[in-house]
Ligand binder design. Structure first.
Ligand code: SAM
Length: 175
C-alpha cells in the first residue's frame, strides 16, 4: 500500500469552513500526506498551515478547480467514502493490496454521480449517514495500523498526561 491523500469535494466556503478544516486536520493527524480542496479557501489553508508549522509533518494543501480530473487521472487507487458504498470491513484486504497512492474522496452535500462512476471503490463506514470527518478518520485508521500514532517531530509536542494539558517545545519548556 502506498501513501494516502484526500480529495474534499463540494466545499461551500460560506457553510463548510469549520468542517472542511476538520477534514484537513483529520487527514493530517491520521497519516495522509496531502489534501485537495475543490474550492479555494485561504482561511483553511492558513489554519492548517499553522498547525503543521507548530506540530510538524509535511502535510500539503492544494486547491483544484477540476476534482473530476484528479479522480479520473489518479495513478493509484481511488476510494470514495459514502454511506451508499460497500462495507469497509469486507473490502479491507483488497484495498490494502492496492499499489500506488490511495486517494480518499469525501463529499459535503449530495455527491455527483461521476464520483461513484470513476472511483475504484465506493466504501461505507456503516450504512447510516454521519460525517466526512468520522468516515475519513475510521477509514484511515483501518487501512493503516499506525495512522494516528505517528511522531510528527514538531516544534510543539503534546506530553501525554492523565491530569492536565502539557506540551513541550524543542527547548524543553513546559506549557
Ligand atoms: N447523503 C449524503 C451522501 O451522499 O453520502 C451524506 C453527506 S455527508 C453530510 C458528507 C460526506 O460524509 C459524504 O459525502 C461522505 O463522504 C461522508 N459520509 C457520511 N456518512 C458516511 C458513511 N456512512 N460512510 C462513508 N462516508 C460517509
Amino acid at each position: 500500500m502506498g501513501t494516502c491523500e484526500v480529495l474534499r469535494i463540494g466545499h461551500r466556503p460560506e457553510r463548510d469552513k469549520r468542517i472542511t478544516t476538520h477534514v484537513a486536520l483529520t487527514a493530517r493527524a491520521f497519516g495522509a500526506c496531502k489534501i485537495f480542496l475543490s474550492k479555494p479557501d485561504s482561511r483553511i489553508i492558513d489554519t492548517v498551515g499553522k498547525v503543521t508549522e507548530k506540530f510538524g509533518g509535511d502535510f500539503i494543501i492544494e486547491t483544484t478547480t477540476n476534482p473530476k480530473a484528479i479522480v479520473k487521472n489518479w495513478v493509484g487507487t481511488t476510494i470514495h467514502l459514502t454511506m451508499f458504498g460497500l462495507p469497509i470491513d469486507d473490502n479491507l484486504e483488497d484495498i490494502k493490496k492496492c499499489k500506488g497512492p490511495l486517494l480518499f474522496v469525501v463529499g459535503a452535500e449530495k455527491v455527483p454521480p461521476w464520483v461513484f462512476e470513476h472511483s475504484d471503490f465506493n466504501i461505507a463506514i456503516g450504512s447510516q449517514p454521519h460525517s466526512e470527518v468520522s468516515a475519513l478518520a475510521i477509514a484511515l485508521s483501518k487501512i493503516n495500523d499506525v495512522s494516528y500514532s505517528q511522531n510528527f517531530e514538531g516544534q510543539l509536542q503534546v506530553v501525554p498526561s492523565g491530569e492536565r494539558r502539557k506540551m513541550k517545545n524543542r527547548s524543553e519548556v513546559d506549557y
